[in-house]
Design a protein around this ligand. Structure first.
Ligand code: FES
Length: 119
């Protein structure tokens, strides 16, 4: 797995509390681009590969629209798996107990940074 430097995903202002996720891509060990997303929850930023743990489809039916109606759980648009936004753990649905693949991110200088582009 090749390491690469941190890069900017988006401006901090683009990531609204429990709002639309920001979509981006990361490079996997085979050099393939993989879909990913970042969300803001309880003021903090979390990022995951955008691949459900039931079947590896992207969670959002419409780009970035991943939170359920309560605004507390990213939900898979295919069969309704609910994920904790701060851990990626599935807490309801067909893949209960499994976890989204977390990506290392941080927020600094009014920007959201992906700490490494390799997964
Ligand atoms: S594909 Fe996500 S819950 Fe089935």
């Amino acid at each position: 797995m090749a390491e690469s430097a941190a890069r900017v995903i988006c401006a901090s202002s683009a990531l609204v509390e429990r709002g639309l996720a920001v979509r981006f891509t990361v490079t996997d060990a085979n050099g393939q681009q993989r879909p990913a997303l970042a969300v803001r929850y309880m003021g903090r930023v979390y990022a995951y590969l955008n691949a459900c743990q039931h079947i590896p489809v992207e969670l959002d039916l419409q780009d970035g629209n991943v939170f359920d109606l309560s605004g507390h759980y990213p939900v898979c648009s295919m069969h309704g798996a609910l994920y904790e936004p701060n851990s990626g753990r599935c807490v309801g649905g067909p893949c209960r107990g499994r976890k989204l693949t977390a990506l290392p991110v941080h927020e600094a200088d009014d920007l959201i940074w992906l700490d490494t582009d390799a997964v």
